[in-house]
Design a protein around this ligand. Structure first.
Ligand code: KG4
Ligand code: ZN
Length: 333
């Protein structure tokens, strides 16, 4: 019955979680509000915030779980992918704590963790399943054969879909992160008001740079003609952008399901909160007999509970890492 402390610091959330025998006992997350002032995550500031937050977040997680540090069997941490300076804070902290307690260290791939977030609650998907991981930093379709046996079968070749949401929001004068606001205004808009081109990528890969540029030119042209264009059409613009971005995702998901003949379909990551994506997924599920799984929102965005879930299965496999391990800004699943 392993008890593990897991630490996440790959981007702008400092988080710690305690897991005992596959049950999450605590999941403490410190959000970094400072980035809102800059309209995006500033890596240097993220590292500094992690340094401030890491000890209170870890103590908070142990406290909430009612676990003393001497009861821990291992320390897990996000090794990558992510912002190097941000990762280094969690990696160094985890190494020091494991050394001090003389217990093993477990390295965790952040993208694997997004996938295993599906095993925190109920219902759980059956293997093999497909996971569309969509966030501010990632857009991937993962074929999941087992807890620790996964393969990326499609991914973005440029921006992540969350970035496309956030950058569009910025052009519309909305604050960061703009994805949830686009979602909010889209609910009252006409999604067919303004058609945007959907880039054609081969295989199961994605590209969002083309549509991002198309949105930029569309807004520039129209505001030149009418300076009030954005204010007058905000809801329709949001609905049209959201529709196009979701359709790019769904096209590839349909293709992936057809190619692999897998109908267990899951989504993860911050953009999984998007109501357009959720609705579209439910419609497709009915059409193609898919079983669809979406984790609780708190486990979609970055959190240490999902890191703890991977750590649990790695502990069972006795898959530990050395003390000289370093952070990895890039790390394929
Ligand atoms: O997983 P996450 O918290 O952090 C990263 O690892 O990036 O995802 C954050 C992203 C942001 O781009 C944010 O705008 C987007 O998720 N997001 C949404 C919604 N809620 C969060 N995008 C569209 N609609 C939403 N409702
Ligand atoms: Zn993430």
């Amino acid at each position: 019955m392993p008890t593990i402390l897991a630490i996440e610091s790959s981007c702008d959330e400092t988080s710690a979680s305690v897991i005992q025998d596959s049950k999450i006992l605590s999941n403490i997350i410190a959000n970094q509000k400072i980035h809102e002032l800059y309209g995006g995550v500033v890596p240097e500031l993220a590292s500094r915030e992690h340094q401030k937050n890491i000890i209170p977040v870890v103590l908070g997680a142990l406290d909430a779980a009612k676990i003393h540090k001497n009861q821990l069997d291992a320390i897990a941490f996000t090794r990558g992918p992510g912002l190097l300076g941000a990762l280094l804070v969690g990696v160094s902290f985890a190494k020091s704590m494991a050394l001090a307690l003389n217990i093993p260290l477990i390295e965790v791939n952040h993208m694997q963790a997004h996938v295993l977030a599906h095993f925190i609650g109920e219902p759980k998907p059956q293997f093999p399943f497909l996971c569309l991981t969509v966030s501010g930093g990632h857009t991937q379709i993962v074929l999941v054969r087992d807890y620790l046996d996964m393969e990326v079968i499609g991914q973005t070749q440029d921006d992540a879909v969350g970035e496309a949401f956030d950058k569009t929001a910025k052009l519309l004068g909305l604050p960061y992160p703009g994805g949830p606001l686009i979602d909010k205004y889209a609910k009252e808009g006409n999604s067919l008001a303004f058609p945007f081109p959907k880039s054609e990528m081969p295989d199961l890969n994605f590209s969002f740079s083309g549509i991002k540029t198309a949105i930029l030119y569309f807004l520039q042209n129209n505001t030149q003609k009418n300076p009030q264009f954005i204010q007058e059409n905000l809801k329709d613009i949001c609905a049209s952008v959201q529709y196009s971005l979701v359709e790019i995702l769904m096209q590839k998901l349909r293709k992936a399901s057809k190619q692999t003949k897998i109908k267990e379909i899951t989504i993860a990551g911050g953009v999984a909160a998007n109501s357009g994506l959720r609705n579209s997924l439910q419609t497709e599920a009915k059409k193609h007999n898919w079983n669809v799984y979406i984790p609780d929102f708190q486990y979609c965005t970055d959190n240490a509970a999902m890191i703890a879930m991977v750590a649990h299965y790695k502990y069972l496999a006795q898959d530990f890492c050395e003390q000289n391990v370093g952070a990895l800004a890039r790390w394929e699943i």
